[in-house]
Design a binder for this molecule. Structure first.
Ligand code: ZN
Ligand code: ZN
Length: 135
């Protein structure tokens, strides 16, 4: 196992995660659009126990929607850090844009493609496509 580190935009929150990720997904659902401000989120799935918060844990704020899993972000800069129910869940979705080392791919699946926006195009990347969640 190797270790990657991640940082929010303002630099206050830093974490480490053991890789390789269990799966890498680009989620196009309407919740991910709202929290990303764009087409959705790109996440690597890790065991929650393999994530360590190095700095700024007091700034990590968690929102639990009526449907779906908890999402966590930096309260200072708004960077979307984790999904999937962190910190209580067995697995966490680590948002790849937070990683300090560029993720070289590949993305394995596009999920919630039924929620593609009219201005959104799927890349011809050979990844699986699912109408809703990864089965
Ligand atoms: Zn921040
Ligand atoms: Zn989503």
């Amino acid at each position: 196992m190797a270790k990657l580190t991640g940082t929010c935009w303002c630099g206050a929150v830093r974490f480490a995660v053991e890789v390789p990720f269990l799966r890498v997904t680009n989620c196009h659902c309407t919740s991910c659009k709202r929290i990303s401000g764009g087409g959705g989120t790109v996440s690597g799935r890790a065991r929650t126990e393999d994530i360590r918060i190095l700095e700024g844990s007091e700034l990590i704020t968690t929102y639990e929607p009526a449907e779906g899993t908890k999402k966590s972000f930096c309260a200072r800069c708004g960077t979307n850090l984790f999904g999937g129910g962190w910190p209580e869940s067995e697995f966490t979705s680590v948002r790849l844009p937070t990683l300090d080392q560029p993720f070289e791919g590949p993305i394995e699946a596009h999920t919630y493609v039924r929620s593609l926006a009219p201005w959104e195009m799927l890349p011809d990347d050979g990844a699986e496509r699912y109408e809703v969640r990864w089965p």
